[in-house]
Design a protein around this ligand. Structure first.
Ligand code: PSV
Ligand code: MN
Length: 426
């Protein structure tokens, strides 16, 4: 647990430089008639959930190079997220994957969460692996399977996940299906779709009325010929089939190269079906890199849609759940998560700077250059002092990664948990 005095001391040591940079930015914004303090307040409210499965080192099918001190249990995963939250005050919730994170003693888990000022963001089902005691295999699908009993087993697993979530005060189930086919002719597209839709509807029907079901899509992997839910259109259709509390989940890595993700975001907001985000960065596909590391302009454009939607009373979209979904193969996972949150808040802050009235006027008048320049002006503004100020005002560190290093957190975790401690889960 990082003490608040330790954070205050650290911030004090950076105060001179920060004061200069923040002062300059606030003055720059005020000359543009932008209320810098109001923006800080908005950034202070922004929270990004941390997935329990991103706290250890990831890998590829070729290998994995763990750095030591990884969390070995749900309790240790909560400790790690609590540490991130203490540093940035923007990571106040954790997402769990069942069966990797089954809470043995729900009340004790709730108490532990509360002690770190954390909540549960979502519970995620897992029908993409066979578990040891599981009677029927998902090799040929789960919710889409041709066999009734296998489908029923997968439906029941999802309902069990909801029950675990209820014990922890969670209200969101995320479903990602690895179902699909590897060869032409292997699967009957229409029948497989209908079986999936009916299975999802059965799970939806078993959820409490105040729960949300997020349906994630992915164009390829683990299957390489067809995926049962390959795109947002299929997710969208499934949400409509299930009911009003079903929403589409956009994972940034789940798009083919050059897909216009910001347009998908705009469409889903328009339909009121954008339920959640899985943030990560990618060059080719589901690369699971640090959010904003490869395409920061695209991340900004996505936030531009989100802010535009939030400002428009005509948009009737429920609150969007934000989460990181990444795999850290070469960086310290905790540093990577801190960096991702930083990049997310930076993109959000830049999107808040966009002169929406001017942009709208330029769009209606077909002033192409002007519209683009308005976006570029916001994107090219260095808002890092604003994000740091928001974290400071929330009680976090002005530079979370800097403090993480100064405190030598990884060495402490290795001392406590061991050099060979490897995270449970993926
Ligand atoms: C699948 O690639 C995914 O994005 C889903 O969200 C899973 O829950 C997560 O990664 C972990 O496997
Ligand atoms: Mn995901």
């Amino acid at each position: 647990m990082i003490k608040t005095e330790r954070i205050a001391d650290y911030n004090q040591s950076l105060n001179d430089n920060h004061g200069f940079r923040w002062g300059y930015l606030a003055e720059h914004l005020s000359r543009k008639r932008i209320d810098a303090d109001a923006l800080v307040e908005k950034v202070r409210q922004f929270q990004v959930a941390i997935p329990s499965w991103a706290l250890g080192t990831g890998g590829t099918r070729f290998g994995r190079y763990p750095g030591g001190g990884e969390p070995r249990s749900l309790e240790e995963k909560i400790e790690d997220v609590g540490m991130l939250q203490a540093l940035n005050r923007a990571s106040g919730s954790i997402s769990l994957h069942i069966p990797w994170d089954i809470p043995e003693d729900p009340q004790a888990v709730k108490d532990l969460l509360a002690s770190y000022d954390l909540t549960i963001d979502s519970v995620n089902s897992n029908t993409f692996q066979d578990q040891k005691e599981q009677p029927l295999s998902y090799k040929f699908g789960s919710l889409c399977h041709t066999d009734d009993a296998t489908r029923r087993q997968a439906v029941e697993h999802n309902i069990e996940v909801v029950r675990y979530g209820e014990q922890l005060g969670c209200r969101t189930l995320t479903v990602w299906l690895a179902d699909g086919s590897n060869f032409p002719g292997q699967q009957h597209f229409r029948r497989a779709y209908q079986r999936t839709a009916d299975s999802l509807k059965a799970i939806y029907g078993a959820m409490p009325a105040d729960w949300t079901m997020l349906i994630e899509y992915k164009p390829y992997e683990p299957h390489f010929y067809s995926m049962i839910i390959p795109d947002w259109g299929t997710s969208f259709q499934l949400t409509q089939y299930c009911g009003p509390n079903a929403q589409v989940l956009v994972d940034l890595g789940h798009h083919l190269p050059n897909t216009n993700i910001e347009q998908i975001v705009g469409r889903l907001l328009h339909f009121g079906r954008l339920g959640g985000f899985h943030f990560n960065g990618s060059m080719y596909g589901d690369d699971d890199l640090t959010t904003g590391s490869i395409k920061p302009f695209q991340l900004f454009l996505i936030f531009n849609e989100l802010v535009d939607g939030a400002n428009d009373p005509a948009v009737k979209n429920p609150e969007v759940a934000y989460m990181i979904d990444a795999s850290h193969n070469t960086k310290d996972p905790l540093e990577d998560l801190l960096q991702s949150v930083q990049n997310i808040l930076t993109s959000y802050a830049k999107a808040l700077l966009v002169d929406r009235d001017a942009l709208s006027a330029a769009q209606e008048a077909n002033e192409v250059t002007t519209a683009e320049e308005i976006l570029k002006d916001a994107f090219l503004t260095d808002v890092r002092p604003l994000v740091a100020e928001a974290m400071r005002r929330n009680g976090g560190a002005l530079d979370p990664i800097g403090l993480f290093r100064q405190l030598d957190v990884r060495r402490h975790l290795i001392d406590k948990r061991g050099r060979r401690a490897v995270a449970t889960g993926l």
